[in-house]
Write a protein that binds this ligand. Sequence first.
Ligand code: URP
Ligand code: ZN
Ligand code: ZN
Length: 468
Amino acid sequence: MKKLIKNGTVISSTGADAADVLIDGETIVAVLQPGSDVAVSAEAGAEVIDATGLYVIPGGVDGHTHMELPFGGTVASDDFENGTRAAAWGGTTTIVDFAVQSFGQGVRDTLDQWMGKADGKCAIDYGFHQIIGDVNEQSLKDMDALVDEGITSFKLFMAYPGVFLSDDGQILRAMQQAAGNGSLIMMHAENGLAIDVLAEQAVERGETDPVNHGYVRRAEFESEATHRAIQLAKVGAAPLYIVHLSASEALEQVAIARDKGANVFAETCPQYLYLNVEDHLDRGFDGAAYVCSTPLRTKHAHHHEDLWKGLRTNDLSVVATDHCPFCMKDQKELGRDDFRAIPNGIGGVEHRMDLIYQGVVNGEISLPRWVELCSTTPARMFGLYPRKGTIQPGADADIVLYDPKRTWTISQDNHHMNMDHSAWEGFEINGHVHTVMSRGRVIIENDTYTGSTGHGKFLRRGLSDYLI
Ligand code: URP
Ligand code: ZN
Ligand code: ZN
């Protein structure tokens, strides 16, 4: 059955145009000039979806989520079923989650485990990055095999000593391997050993509240690790993608490298654009809801302004969520007496498209840049383009109709993530997801979920479009 989306404004990464979109089955087959002979004849025999007053955008691609992530003795509270459904509510039609190899585990075994968790559960299409928490001869070999299977990016950690941290030698080896197989190294860039010294000293002084998480994870440690990762990538001749960048000082390192022509990219997340230490983390134990790494930064500096600027200049080229939800009850509470035991993460997979759209409303970014940051570039970065991230013939019909006129307020009472709180409680949003299609199937309409568990398919990704 064909569908014709009519009367809308199609927003792409390069512009906004009145256009009709013709879908046949799961695929976009034409983008047509409204009123043209071909658009009029396309209407015959097609189900017409009226998009008057709506933006027609490629479905969101969230390149950084953690469904069911085991962390600090608990597990992220959204499973693949619930988490991908919540993503759909917010206009995200693809996620790339992380399979996790910890010390002593086989890479292949862990990928199989994560495939098993997601298989038959997802509301939207999904792929995986692989976390390499134990760089050794075997895991390096496994990286090559995974690339052939569509896992074309690998996350390493300069933080979390004894859990995920790789030393500089291991990082260099993994980068050399990536240089050989064409994959992308993603880096959690914080100096974890130095952080742990300050964290231990804080606890010895009796400073155990969540706010101390923000104090000890200093911006200098993010900037130093970002600089080090960039230098190692230069020597390893590998491209580098810095995840969840939060500090101006780290952004400066990325900008310097990019200005010199280095193949270095960075992502930020909505929490680093809107939230801060003083108003969110410094709330007694309630601040635990905002414990994430990298941490929120102080409002007495220019982090937010600098990050928005980075989004304009492309020193930040992707916005992802780092969706890693934990409930306060039984989960964040694990760290009531010691902030080091609070599971790290904020849930937000449902809100990224709306929150970054506020950047358009506030004049920080343009409409096309919104689409580029949230859909097109992540698709290109992670080897999903042109199947995802674009409205053009041949692409999957992952399409969101977005209503720029509707206003609403985010709350724990209206979100769909499995969380007993919302980091975004009370945020007033201009704009609202109206209709969501995943591969031609309407999965959200009339404020109702019409999709189904298991509709989402595993995406075998290609190499990043940005690698040279
Ligand atoms: O706080 C965070 N970011 N939790 C998820 C794990 C990670 O480092 O991305
Ligand atoms: Zn990380
Ligand atoms: Zn993460």
